[in-house]
Ligand binder design. Structure first.
Ligand SMILES: *Cc1c(COP(=O)(O)O)cnc(C)c1O
Length: 366
């Protein structure tokens, strides 16, 4: 059996480093916003090429706090519209709603699974204030086009980089350094995953970084001096320590994922399976390897019989979720097709060459 994602195996590679970090953490007696969070923020900012990284509780809060921060700074206000892909994970949309702004769903492109650029252009109204590109499955959105549209219309660009740690755009910049600000998640399954929840905001905007540093900690930078009405959403000190152990290996892991993806796209050849379009560049870190099939249930039975793990990202589009019933009247044919047909097959830095061969053979024999 090839599991969809062997998280235990992925983290066992760091066992000794984790144990040493934990011992230091325990000996320090300092548990919240300590030296490990500071160190990780410096490390991750340097890695992304940004001036700032602010550690927060999770990816959802990272996105929400960016929006809340811009409200404090007067760049956004209640009910401003934010453009977001209609096929994203629900977190992106919830972050916008929770910040009191209005998510406007934009149709997806069937080749990239990111924004359909014509629909993006057509969705701009007088109250649109920001675009939130999601680098879904690990592939950077059409960032040059998005930045041009944003500039023409005076819009903020806020990346949801929760699936794209380390992806490099064609202009040489990494995800997290492509717009005004970016939200990351270190949920355990992400390419850079903690052993619990975690997230961060990256930005080159000094004022935004300062405001989010306050917002994540009750609106205070000095203890018990609350300048703004804040939240409690801090990157956990122990998770930061674990992330410091893992970050130096992220590029190697991403490269291994890309090598596997190149082999899949070169060698899986089956008319019944639609492969992702991939240009071979570093703009994709293959957080997920997502294919499309017509008869998904039949394909799932086949994978189960052959011992190959799988998951669906995602089975229900946001506008069909009960939690977002205000969007249920809308129709996004590409997005609905994606949710009906997608299935993710194993891709992880610790798959063996034999696993990869078996997966290719099995898919070709379907
Ligand atoms: C994981 C994820 C999030 C949310 O991250 P959490 O840490 O689980 O809150 C947001 N957006 C996308 C695209 C994600 O994949």
């Amino acid at each position: 059996m090839i599991p969809f994602l062997d998280l235990k195996g992925i983290n066992q590679r760091f066992e000794t480093a984790f144990q040493n970090s934990f011992q230091k953490f325990l000996d320090s007696g300092y548990y919240i916003l300590g030296s490990q969070v500071k160190l990780f923020e410096a490390n991750f900012a340097r890695y992304c090429g940004t001036n700032h990284c602010v550690g927060v509780g999770n990816g959802l809060d990272a996105l929400r706090l960016i929006l809340e921060g811009y409200k404090v700074l007067g760049k956004l206000k209640e009910n401003d519209e934010v453009l977001v892909a209609s096929n994203t994970y629900i977190a992106t949309i919830l972050a916008i709603k929770q910040a009191g702004l209005k998510p406007v769903l934009v149709e997806a492109d069937l080749n990239t699974y990111n924004f359909d650029l014509i629909s993006l252009q057509n969705s701009i109204s007088g109250t649109t204030k920001a675009i939130m590109p999601v680098h879904l499955y690990g592939q950077i959105s059409a960032i040059d086009e998005i930045l041009t549209i944003a500039k023409e219309n005076n819009l903020l660009v806020i990346e949801d980089a929760a699936q794209a740690h380390g992806a490099i755009a064609n202009n040489g910049k990494r995800a997290g350094n492509l717009g005004d600000a970016a939200g990351f998640s270190y949920y355990p399954t992400k390419n850079l995953g903690a052993l619990g929840d975690g997230g961060a905001v990256t930005t080159n905007d000094d004022a935004l970084a300062e405001v989010i540093t306050k917002l994540r900690n009750y609106g205070a930078t000095t203890k018990y001096v609350n300048e703004i009405s804040g939240f409690n959403s801090r990157l956990d000190e122990l998770q930061a320590a674990f992330l410091n152990c893992k970050l130096p290996y992220l590029d190697d892991d991403n490269e291994r994922r890309r090598t596997i993806a190149k082999k899949y796209t070169a060698e899986i050849s089956n008319k019944k399976i639609v492969l992702p379009k991939y240009d071979g560049s570093d703009s994709h870190i293959f957080h997920l390897f997502v294919v499309r099939v017509d008869n998904r249930n039949g394909f799932i039975d086949y994978l189960d019989r052959n011992g190959i793990g799988h998951l669906i990202h995602y089975p229900i589009p946001p506008h069909k979720q009960e939690a977002l019933s205000e969007y249920s009247h809308l129709s996004f044919p590409n997005t609905e097709k994606i949710h009906d047909e997608v299935i993710s097959i194993p891709i992880s830095p610790i798959l063996t060459d034999a696993d990869v061969e078996k997966i290719i053979k099995t898919l070709n024999a379907y």
